[in-house]
Design a protein around this ligand. Structure first.
Ligand code: EPU
Length: 363
C-alpha cells in the first residue's frame, strides 16, 4: 500500500485524511475481475477499476482527461450489489482507511472512519476504544462508506440514529462537501446516495455521534429473548455485540462461505386497511404497526408463506434459514439471481397483492 501522509483540514473537519493534490499516480486496473469484490461472488469485469486510497486519488480521477468525464460506479464492500453484466463505467473501489475518536463530549463520543474501513471491524474497534453505541449493528457486511448509502439498520438501531456528518467529493467539480443527516435524507434502507447523488458523489469519510450516557437498545424480540435466556437484565455494550453476532450467525449466511447480499427485499409498508385485509385471510402474518398508522410487513414471512424456503432456481437459491436472503449456490450468474428474485416477487404479488422491492442495487 502507498504511504498516505496525514493532513489537517480546517474545522470542523479537523481529522487526518490521506493527502490530496499532487502525489503518486493512480492505481488503475484494466479488465479487472469484480468477483472477489461483490459478496454474492458474481462474475463480472470492470473495464477500468481505480483503487481509491485517498481524497487525492479522487481528485486525480476528476482531473483525468478520460476518466474525468466518464460515468462512474462506486464500489464499497460490494455487499449491496447484484452484478448481472460487465461494468463499462469507471469503477471507483473506495479503500480510504483511517479511524479515530474525534472528541469526547459530555453528551456524546464523536468517532470517525474512512469510507473504506470494514464496517464490522470499525464497530468492534469503537467498543475497544470505550465508545459504545454501534453494537446493535455488529456483523453487517460492507464498508463504513456504504453504510449511510442504505442507512443500514438492525435490532432496533439505524445508522441515522448514530450519525453526525459525512464528507463527500463531487465527481464533477472535485469539491469536498460535508453533509449532515438532513442533507443525506435518510429513509428506510434509503438515502440521497441511492437517488440523485448516485454515481455523482463519493463518500470519503463518516462521522458518528454516540450518545452519552450509553443506554442499551433491547426492544427487539430476539434480544429480549437473550435477556430472558441468560438472566442478564442489564447487559453491557460488549455483551449486546456478542448477542447480535450470535443471532446473526445463527440465521444469516456468512458471505465468505456462501455468496449473498443480506436481506434481498425491503420489508414492505402497507396501509392499515390493506393489512387488515391480509390478516383476514392470513391471521399469522408477521406485522409491525408504525407510528404514522401504516404497517410494516415481514417480507421474510410473505416469501416463506409462498413456499420458497430452501428452493433453488438455476444456481441461485433461497437460504434455508432465512427466506429474505438469496444465495449463490455456486457459480451463479447475476441473471440467475435476478430470475429467482422476479419469480419470488411474482408469487408474493399473486398471493398477497404486494410488490416486494429489492434492497441491493441491480446492475
Ligand atoms: N420470517 C419468516 N421466515 C423466514 C424469515 C423470517 O417467517 O424465513 C419472519 C420471522 O418469523 C420474523 C420476521 O419474519 O418474525 C422478521 O424476520 P427478522 O427478525 O429476521 O428480520 P427481517 O425483517 O427479516 C430486518 C432487516 C435485517 C436486520 C433484521 C434485524 C430488512 C430488509 N432487513 O430483517 O437487515 O438484520 O431486521 O433487525 O429490513 C439487511 O438489511 O441486509 C439485514 C440483514
Amino acid at each position: 500500500m502507498r504511504p498516505a501522509p496525514p493532513q489537517r483540514l480546517s474545522p470542523p473537519d479537523s481529522s487526518p485524511v490521506p493527502q490530496a493534490g499532487a502525489g503518486p499516480a493512480l492505481e488503475v486496473e484494466s479488465r479487472a475481475s469484480l468477483r472477489a469484490f461483490n459478496t454474492f461472488g458474481l462474475p463480472a469485469f470492470a473495464q477500468t477499476l481505480v483503487h481509491v486510497r485517498g481524497v487525492g486519488d479522487l481528485k486525480r480521477v476528476v482531473d483525468h482527461p478520460s476518466y474525468g468525464r466518464a460515468a462512474k460506479f462506486i464500489l464499497g464492500g460490494g455487499s449491496n450489489v447484484v452484478l448481472t453484466r460487465d461494468v463499462n463505467a469507471v469503477v471507483l473501489k473506495v479503500e480510504i482507511m483511517h479511524r479515530h475518536v474525534v472528541e469526547e463530549r459530555p453528551d456524546a463520543w464523536i468517532v470517525e472512519a474512512g469510507a473504506g474501513e470494514n464496517w464490522h471491524e470499525f464497530v468492534a474497534w469503537t467498543l475497544e476504544q470505550g465508545c459504545p453505541g454501534l453494537e446493535n449493528l455488529a456483523l453487517i457486511p460492507g464498508t463504513v462508506g456504504a453504510a449511510p448509502v442504505q442507512n443500514i439498520g438492525a435490532y432496533g438501531v439505524e445508522l441515522k440514529d448514530r450519525f453526525e456528518s459525512l464528507e463527500t467529493l463531487d465527481l464533477i467539480t472535485g469539491r469536498q462537501v460535508t453533509l449532515d443527516a438532513s442533507a443525506c435524507r435518510f429513509g428506510y434502507r434509503d438515502s440521497v446516495f441511492k437517488r440523485h447523488l448516485a454515481g455523482k458523489s463519493v463518500i470519503t469519510r463518516v462521522r458518528f455521534r454516540l450518545p452519552r450516557p450509553w443506554a442499551p437498545v433491547l426492544g427487539y424480540l430476539e434480544l429480549e429473548r437473550k435477556v430472558a435466556e441468560t438472566g442478564i437484565a442489564r447487559p453491557d455494550a460488549r455483551t449486546i455485540f456478542d448477542w447480535v453476532c450470535a443471532i446473526r450467525r445463527a440465521k444469516l449466511p456468512d458471505p465468505v462461505a456462501i455468496g449473498n447480499a443480506g436481506s434481498f427485499f425491503k420489508n414492505p409498508v402497507v396501509s392499515a386497511e390493506q393489512c387488515r385485509d391480509i390478516i383476514g385471510r392470513d391471521p399469522e402474518i408477521v406485522h409491525y404497526p408504525l407510528p404514522d398508522g401504516t404497517v410494516k410487513l415481514a417480507a421474510g414471512w410473505l416469501i416463506d408463506a409462498c413456499g420458497w424456503k430452501g428452493k433453488t432456481v438455476g444456481r441461485a437459491g433461497v437460504y434455508e434459514r432465512h427466506t429474505l436472503v438469496l444465495v449463490n449456490r455456486g457459480g451463479a450468474h447475476g441473471s440467475e439471481v435476478v430470475t429467482l428474485a422476479r419469480a419470488i416477487q411474482e408469487s408474493v404479488y399473486g398471493r398477497f397483492g404486494i410488490r416486494l422491492e429489492p434492497e441491493p442495487v441491480i446492475v
